[in-house]
Design a protein around this ligand. Structure first.
Ligand code: GLY
Ligand code: MN
Ligand code: MN
Length: 453
């Protein structure tokens, strides 16, 4: 008997289902054990004198055709829950008789929509069997109960905490919308900002976070090594990025950590260059700032390499000044040091180095061509939030990324590495990716002798 062919519309729906299921799986690929999130919630509850309310993304934040749902990072940090439309309520430990009995941590989930799930894959709801074990919350309630629960709590607690928006919230107004919603419910309460507490927590990584971060770094280092072997005149910038993205994704990265920068010649001087439409030219340098995201954690790595495999004397001179600045900053990295703020800061050390080595074509010092900060914290966000003047502590991960960009010479050089602060100093998480001119040239020459697959 001939197999009955799928009708086009049925095939269309099945195709979408497969795609949606694949997307659904991708998001939960590397969740950490529930105990990790529980420990973070317990720590947060111990620091506040009122309930904390946080909202996950709804899935409507990005209307583009290629959008895939990714959870709001603070919400993910505290829950590991990566489905849309959820909320989190944390209640401080009972201190005294006025504190209400009952669960201190509640995850609120939207009502399931079985029709929608045919398109987007199965979701969990408050009534899903085994939901407590799945989410790590003993109390999981329908989202619709949140308003009433808050109203009840407002009878006990004068202060509530949430993520208040900055003066100008960039992009989709997630924080603005939800803090307004909360003000509408908690009309008599004071709404306080929990952002600084959470930022400080997120700056110090746990062993589980570091394992995911290292995996993102390792896949990104693989991709940079491949690019070093493959780059040559005639290749297009987008082809370099495409290959690197393939290496990330084949290794398990769910997406790029940020828009890839692959800039040849003049484009190497454009900090956020993203068009990637130029052919790599003989004699250019190619600046490659590309990193993957694995289990939610980001890698941020830059290398600058010669298009034809050999730096010109001027390119080498500028490269070695950037490398010297990076090494000077690295030598000062240890607990207690600060990235920004004052004369002994890592930023100042790198800036001083650049401004006291080499000159431009008019004989001027090079400080004017170092136009960005030395680094930032890295984690669930590539520019992880928090105070960048806070003294470094073991468990923090930062980038060290000096650069010199001279548009009139079509010459931009940045070297960017990720550093874990340790008890005694630091560990270079990107150590496997060489920074030396000689070794870069050696890798490129060896690759030219053996055609790349
Ligand atoms: N790739 C973004 C940055 O280096 O900060
Ligand atoms: Mn960076
Ligand atoms: Mn970067």
């Amino acid at each position: 008997m001939r197999a009955r062919a799928c009708s086009p519309s049925r095939r269309y729906i099945l195709g979408f289902l497969a795609l949606a299921l694949a997307c659904g799986l991708a998001q939960a690929r590397f969740r950490q054990p529930s105990e990790e999130y529980q420990a973070r919630r317990a720590k947060l509850r111990a620091t506040v004198d009122g309930p904390v309310v946080l909202f996950g993304y709804t899935g409507h934040e990005d209307a583009s055709e290629v959008a895939i749902f990714f959870q709001e990072p603070y919400f993910y940090y505290l829950t590991g829950h990566d489905e849309p439309g959820a909320a989190l309520l944390l209640i401080p430990e009972a201190r005294g008789t006025k504190s209400p009995e009952g669960p201190r941590e509640i995850l609120y989930l939207p009502a399931r929509d079985l029709k929608q799930e045919q398109w987007e894959g199965p979701k969990v709801g408050a009534d899903t069997p085994g939901i407590a074990a799945k989410t790590g919350f003993r109390a999981v309630e329908p989202f619709a109960s949140l308003r009433g629960d808050l109203t009840q709590l407002a009878k006990t607690y004068p202060n509530f905490y949430t993520l208040l928006p900055p003066d100008q919230e960039e992009g989709y107004p997630h924080l603005t919308n939800w803090s307004q919603w909360l003000r509408g419910v908690l009309t008599q309460s004071s709404l306080r900002d929990v952002t600084p507490v959470l930022d400080a927590m997120r700056q110090v990584k746990s062993a589980g976070e570091l394992a995911l971060l290292q995996k993102a770094v390792d896949l990104s280092v693989d991709a940079h090594l491949d690019a070093m072997k493959r780059v040559r005149p005639g290749l297009f910038e987008y082809q370099v990025a495409a290959r690197m993205k393939e290496i990330h994704e084949m290794g398990g990265c769910e997406r790029e950590a940020y828009a890839p920068v692959v800039g040849t010649g003049f484009n190497s001087t454009v900090l956020h260059y993203s068009a990637l439409n130029e052919e790599i030219k003989d004699g250019d340098v190619v600046l490659i700032d590309v990193g993957g995201e694995y289990g939610g954690y980001t890698a941020d790595i830059t290398r600058t390499i010669p298009a034809n495999g050999k730096f010109t004397p001027r390119q080498r001179e500028i490269y070695d000044i950037v490398l010297g600045a990076q090494n000077a900053a690295l030598a000062a990295v240890k607990p207690g040091a600060v990235l920004f703020g004052g004369s002994g800061s890592l930023q100042q050390i790198a800036a001083d180095y650049i401004d006291t080595h080499g000159h431009d074509k008019q004989g001027r010092t090079l400080g004017r061509y170092y136009i960005h900060g030395l680094g930032h914290h890295v984690g669930l966000d590539v520019h992880d939030p928090g105070d960048r003047t806070r003294p470094l502590e073991p468990g923090m991960v930062i980038t060290i990324e000096p650069g010199i960009y001279i548009p009139e010479e079509n010459l931009g050089v940045r070297i960017e590495d990720e550093v874990l602060i340790t008890k005694d100093g630091y560990q270079l998480l990107t150590a496997r990716l060489t920074r030396s001119v000689d070794e870069i040239e050696h890798i490129m020459a060896a690759a030219r002798a053996t055609p790349q697959p």
